[in-house]
Design a protein around this ligand. Structure first.
Ligand SMILES: Cc1ncc(COP(=O)(O)O)c(C=O)c1O
Length: 351
């Protein structure tokens, strides 16, 4: 007789960074924004008519889609919404990667990609980054069942020029190319307007980083209409109501407050540049960052030991015990004050 245990799906899941309860901890481990959301978001949530929560949320979200579509100079029906970009990406893998050929992504990238491939039974191949940790576009010119590129990449923080991504798209007219732009607002230029030129391009973005709203779980994608329709069909075969009423209202308010968005984004870029410079004076080498985090190493220090020392001192950063990157730390850019505390702790460690 069959044992029920053999019917349980077994999978090695993605492991997110810690979310400690202690408010004293300086949290530089999950690339959240150190700044609160726009005051307009606070107002929108205060004004929320709780009686409406009796009802299922609006699953069309026309206003929010129209606001977001401005980012790609597009229309409402070229936008897809989801519960965080993780969900948007997962549904995109499920929808677009149904080929027998392997999906390609870098060997060092967001570690959820291979988890989704395993979950959905998608064949995949990790393509090694160059020695400088950059993506080599030529490696993506061969046959494949789809391509995923995080731009800027994580955890390296390195940005790839859109012209190079376009070369990849041009060599792959029979695959769908997903560009994960979770960190694009911190120094890169979005490729989203090119969805009007390439009907096999999907650009995924999030409210969790530059919009200061990781807690509302709002992600979105831009793509040609047939791709958006395909995504909607898969989503509606899974869960129709992925964006809650509160999330929609908060997201609309944040999208309207472009001044606040610009101010936070610029502060983070400035703090990043200061931090990189000070770390360099202490002997660290940091990969060129276009993100709200940096990836840094020191030839005389074991990254894992520094990670543990910082943790003991209530500063959480991220360490990956993986080939090629096991002597690097990924550090989220916090406020100026938080980064001063980090640098002071690093100086104490070096002494
Ligand atoms: C490259 C990348 N993509 C996507 C995500 C998921 O973001 P969220 O689900 O919060 O939108 C992250 C989160 O850290 C990320 O680093």
């Amino acid at each position: 007789m069959e044992d029920w245990r053999s019917n349980i799906r077994s999978i090695a899941p993605y492991v997110p960074g810690e979310q400690p309860k202690d408010r004293d901890i300086i949290k530089l481990n999950t690339n959240e924004s150190p700044y609160p959301p726009s005051p307009m978001v606070k107002k929108a949530l205060r004004d929320l008519d709780t009686d409406t929560l009796r009802l299922y949320p609006d699953f069309v979200c026309s206003k929010l889609k129209r606001l977001l579509a401005e980012q790609c100079r597009g229309e409402e029906d070229e936008v897809f919404l989801g519960n965080g970009s993780d969900e948007v990406l997962a549904l995109s893998f499920m929808t677009f990667f149904n080929s027998k050929k392997p999906v390609l992504f870098p060997d060092i990238t967001y570690s959820f990609y291979d988890v989704w491939c395993s979950l959905f039974g998608i064949d995949y191949k990790r393509v090694p980054l160059g020695d400088d940790f950059r993506i080599k576009k030529e490696d993506y010119f061969g046959e494949n069942g789809g391509i995923v590129i995080a731009n800027p990449n994580a955890p390296t923080a390195i940005y790839m020029e859109n012209g190079d991504i376009e070369d990849i798209i041009n060599k792959n007219s029979s695959s769908i190319i997903i560009v994960d732009e979770a960190y694009i607002d911190f120094g890169g230029q979005s490729i989203a307007p090119l969805i009007h030129k390439y009907d096999n391009l999907v650009v995924v973005r999030t409210y969790s980083k530059s919009r200061d709203l990781a807690g509302i779980r709002l992600g979105y994608a831009f793509a040609s209409r047939p791709l958006i329709r395909a995504l909607e069909a898969v989503k509606n075969s899974f869960n129709s109501y992925t964006v809650s009423t509160a999330s929609r209202l908060a997201a609309e308010a944040a999208a309207e407050d472009t001044d606040y968005f610009e101010m936070c984004r610029k502060k983070i870029i400035k703090t990043r540049e200061n931090t990189v410079r000070e770390l360099e004076e202490l002997g660290f080498e940091t990969l060129p960052s276009s993100a709200n985090f940096i990836f840094t190493t020191h030839k005389d220090i074991r990254a894992e030991e520094l990670f543990n020392y910082l943790k003991e001192n209530k500063i959480y950063v991220r360490y990956f015990k993986k080939p090629r990157i096991d002597n690097y730390l990924r550090i989220t850019i916090g406020t100026e004050e938080q980064m001063r505390a980090l640098l002071d702790a690093v100086r104490r460690y070096l002494r």
